[in-house]
Design a protein around this ligand. Sequence first.
Ligand code: CAA
Length: 302
Amino acid sequence: MHPTARLAVRSGLPSVRTARLSRFQPSTLPRVVVRFSSSGSHPQYEFIQVTEPRPGVGQITLNRPKSLNALSTPLITELNTALSSLQSSPTTRTILLTGSPRAFAAGADIKEMAPLTFSSAYLTSFIESWSNLTHTLKKPLIAAVSGHALGGGCELALMADILYCTKTANFGQPEIKLGTIPGAGGSQRLTRAVGKAKAMELILTGKSFSGEEAEKWGVAARSFGSWEELMEESLKTAETIAGYSKVAVQAAKEVVNKSQELGLRDGVEFERRVFHALFGSEDQKEGMGAFAEKRRAEWKDR
Ligand code: CAA
């Protein structure tokens, strides 16, 4: 078991209604940050840091400060490795992805891309590996964005299940200014988030938008006045989700994501099938039993 997992404190709670919110009560828990060292089984990274700031929460911090976290291929490779390791970790239940106060990420690495040719990009499927971030990750991913989130940085943030940001965060798809277009899903995900009219304006002009606008337009779930508040609230949300049944959380993420691909009727039918399937889980029996008995649910993740 990971050292911090042993630190999880199960506090006695007065009623099941509050208990259902989170198994890990933030106020009762020590604020520990674990940096995976060479003595552990976790790989060492050059461009990211992986920590476990709260029980059940794996945090990935993009860490290429001199380039404002420009997303080079080696950085994305490390990010994919870290995500797949957190995905398979039995102690990680939610993942938080962040950068620095100055930059979440200023885009794909322009210096790496500048010399590419059509055939080299096409034959190496340049940028395709970014899709692993969303295609294989079943645990919830929260992006906490401060500073620049431009081009690929904006696209990376848009891949998260929940996006939080500072009010002054600087989002945008400026690729048009470089003689190109978004290449990691921006034209699709931003358009789904803000609608065609706004997406067309943003992508064709390359104009930035603020974190405050991101929240107003539904790109971000919430925006905050400072970096400290952003990180605290992001961790609180991550910890709340980490306190629920893994089975229910994975199913909830799956059905919401299906809404982006299916028509309403098919989507509702898919949701109902998964809802029916959860009656076969032990955690559904535990959750509803605990409610009736006015006690705190003890999830088994089965
Ligand atoms: N790629 C590579 N290096 C980058 C970078 C990027 N996307 N963004 C910033 N950097 C580097 C700068 O070159 C600079 O390095 P040096 O000190 O070696 O010159 C360093 O980071 C600091 O940047 P600035 O001096 O420019 O910092 P600033 O505060 O004056 O400006 C900025 C900040 C407005 C974000 C500016 O750096 C900028 O415009 N960056 C590029 C943003 C961009 O166009 N992103 C889209 C990339 S294309 C893409 O992402 C395609 C896709 O869809 C996948």
